[in-house]
Write a protein that binds this ligand. Sequence first.
Ligand code: SAM
Length: 418
Amino acid sequence: MENNQLQLFSESGIYQLTSNAFFIDPVRILNRSYTRFRVSPSTYYSRFFDSSNSKQVPKASEDSRKRKRKQKKKLQSLNEREQSADRRHQEVKPLLLKAHKTLLEATDLLKVLRNLRNDGCAVGECKELSEESSELSFMELGSVWQAPLYEIALNYHQDDKTFHNGGSTLVQSIEQRVTPVFSNLVANEGSCDIEAELFNHKFIIPKRSCFYMSDLRQIENLISADSDCGFNLIVIDPPWENGSAHQKLRYPTLPNRYFLSLPVKQLCHTYGALVALWVTNREKLRGFVENDLFPKWGVKYAASFYWLKVKANGMMTGELDLFHHRPYECLLLGYCDGKETDSDNITRLNPIPDNRVFVSVPGDYSRKPPLGELLLDYVPGSRPARCIELFAREMIPGWTSWGNEPLHFQDSRYFVSK
Ligand code: SAM
């Protein structure tokens, strides 16, 4: 049984732990639809793979015992909001513990997990992210007056066969298309990944995908006059403000009121959309989403999914009960009606499961696992579904990505050639 599951996992990146919990490898999931390149596991998993401790199960340290005692004291003096957060946490805790226990019992999977970072690359071949290959700051580039003049070059490879003396040779030619990179829908409509060039950096653009790189003020440009061209799946990971001043953030955040003006309803397809919103564990934020944001967007709540974060040794990335640093995040799911939402269509859809748990090793800071594809069974409208990610930092084959840095994780340093 476990062997069969491992076989499925190596093809799909998904391992079913319980009826409602799955271990996932984002790298395998993303690589299912790349053609000429693949996401490099060693650069995806830039954290939580400390080889010195990945083999042993860590013991509770004196520090963690102290933290637990402090936490116990704190629980006795919670204010109303904290009590409500704790109730929410106590409800989800058994699901997370069950998923985690099943993971720790799947010994063959744990062996694979420890090696995810070196998956598919020979010794010494694994790519490391070096400091000197600095990243482009799209936010800086996009904020200067020259931004509308900056262009990206898309390189389409063409394989042509030339025939001579009865034989044939494969000749590769490159057709280059140049187009503005900011506030412009840049698309690779082809059926292969392509390379793109911008300021001497190379980016990998997956097949049939597009991006629109702009500030929030230009998002209206994505609304189509014809709502048949709207989206059936809208994944949103907003730059929420974080209460903690110590939290080091790699991108600018926005006050909650800015998200009220996101044109979610206008982005919806005629037949409606499934909206998936990443939220942090702050109770104030949960209240804002339930009472203000979803009603303003016209989204009716349907279910919650949880992402449980583990390290290479299978242990959670933090203590489950630690108040401000929970090792899990929540994806809230809801439906938004389109102009002609066909209620029969919605009722014919597979009912969306509640409290589904996805376990994975996190990639870079704030990088979310690619759960979008796992939502497709619950998306209204015809197929293929039209999907968009808002505040995206990467591109997904077949999707539109919008944000002020949708090319961030498309930098060729995160990829290897197939
Ligand atoms: N889902 C992403 C991932 O998995 O990597 C992380 C998204 S991160 C939470 C939020 C993103 O919103 C960051 O890339 C940030 O730069 C972007 N952002 C912040 N302010 C913005 C604005 N005014 N307009 C557009 N994007 C903005």
